[in-house]
Design a protein around this ligand. Structure first.
Ligand SMILES: *Cc1c(COP(=O)(O)O)cnc(C)c1O
Length: 380
């Protein structure tokens, strides 16, 4: 019996070919041929017009934060506590006050009513996170933002290739941020993208991305002087990474269909345990096309979650816990949050188990994972 790893990076074998081409081009530093190819491809996949390739999703979030920051006043941003650190730290670093909100216990997405209750006159943005290949209640979040004149920065780090109706996740709000980290479906080691949906910000976004300069206008002959126009950063990847990513973007359909087999096997293999009430996993809306990024299950108690995880490990299956809430983390506490301020998040975060899902495993291996979980409950 072979062990089943939680994740294995996807490889198409074309990456190396394109990287060799970068050596022929002799243009390594980024914003070159492969960066542009990737941006075009990302535009077409996300059905959007304005994409900046970045070196991570964290960078994409940081650009969005800089774009919205007004250093002359207090500004708040509402972020779920159940998320990766970057969704909050990108904004904290730019000087925003972070207001953490709850997630729904059924699907781990931002609790819209809690967001509504936390809006103040200082609220500038909401950061919905599309977690685990599923989607936040983005339509209601958009309504709420519109009513209150607030921006939306979608953390779609895990949502590349996922659509709600005809629209790609990350294109509902003012900005969408994606990750091409090795642990995501499509990757280049480290990488990301910022989709600027609100055209008001498109020029400024490019300036921040280009280390605060107007270099793009100079290259296009629109400006004759190279100057410092914004407080920016070095946010884009090298051509080597872009070449790697381009190969991955080209084979997104094959990638997705192999993940789909595993995802379907989990849905099928755990259906009985779900109807017996032993495990829970959310239903997928009919109008939602997932990217099969992850498969997570929810148990009743922390003890069961931990026991199932250990039982799987004893059978050489790697399953991982979910996020540790941010509001009660060392940084969250330093910001003045109390651990019991978000009881739903505290409880549910301890009851999540993420199952292995990657392109090097088979549907029958996923079925094996389901049988092991079933075996655990047989004795109970
Ligand atoms: C992976 C991830 C990030 C960070 O992405 P990087 O590309 O590693 O910076 C941010 N938010 C969420 C929800 C993620 O899953």
């Amino acid at each position: 019996m072979t062990s089943i790893k939680f994740n294995e990076p996807y490889i198409t074998d074309k990456e190396i070919e394109y990287i060799k081409d970068v050596f022929l081009e002799r243009r390594f530093y980024g914003s070159g041929k492969y960066t542009h190819l990737c941006e075009e491809k990302i535009c077409s996949i996300t059905r959007s017009r304005n994409v900046l390739l970045t070196d991570s999703c964290t960078s994409a979030l940081e650009i969005a934060a800089l774009l919205l920051r007004d250093f002359s006043r207090r500004q708040e941003v509402i972020v779920p506590s159940y998320t990766f650190t970057s969704s909050a730290s990108a904004f904290a670093r730019a000087g925003f006050e972070i207001v953490f909100c709850e997630v729904n216990e059924s699907d781990l997405m931002m609790d819209v009513e809690d967001v509504r209750a936390k809006i103040t006159e200082d609220t500038v943005a909401i950061v919905p996170v599309h977690y685990g290949g599923l989607c936040a209640d983005i339509e209601r979040i958009c309504e709420l933002a519109k009513e209150n004149n607030i921006f939306i920065v979608e953390d779609g780090a895990q949502a590349f290739g996922a659509y709600l109706g005809e629209k790609h996740l990350g294109t509902f709000g003012d900005f969408g941020c994606f990750s091409f980290h090795e642990t995501k479906n499509v990757h280049c080691g480290l990488g990301g993208a910022l989709v600027v949906n609100n055209q008001e910000f498109s020029e400024k976004a490019r300036h921040i991305w280009e280390r605060g300069t107007n270099r793009q206008e100079v290259l296009k002959g629109l400006a004759d002087k190279y100057s410092w126009v914004e407080i920016g950063g070095s946010f884009y990847p090298s051509e080597l990474q872009a070449a790697f990513l381009f190969a991955q973007l080209e084979s997104i359909d094959e990638n997705m269909s192999s993940r789909k087999q595993i995802y379907k096997a989990y849905q099928l293999g755990l259906a009985d345990l779900r109807s017996l009430g032993k495990v829970w996993f959310p239903d997928i809306r009919d109008d939602y096309q997932t990217n099969y990024h992850a498969f997570f299950i929810i148990f009743d108690t922390e003890l069961t979650t931990d026991n199932v995880r250990k039982f799987l490990l004893s059978k050489e299956v790697q399953a991982f816990i979910g996020y540790v809430p941010l509001h009660s983390s060392p940084v969250g506490l330093k910001m003045g949050n109390s651990p019991d301020s978000l009881p739903k998040t505290e409880r549910i975060a301890k009851c999540i188990l993420r199952l292995p899902l990657h392109n090097n495993m088979s549907a029958s291996e996923a079925m094996r994972v389901c049988s092991i979980i079933g075996e655990y409950f047989d004795d109970k």
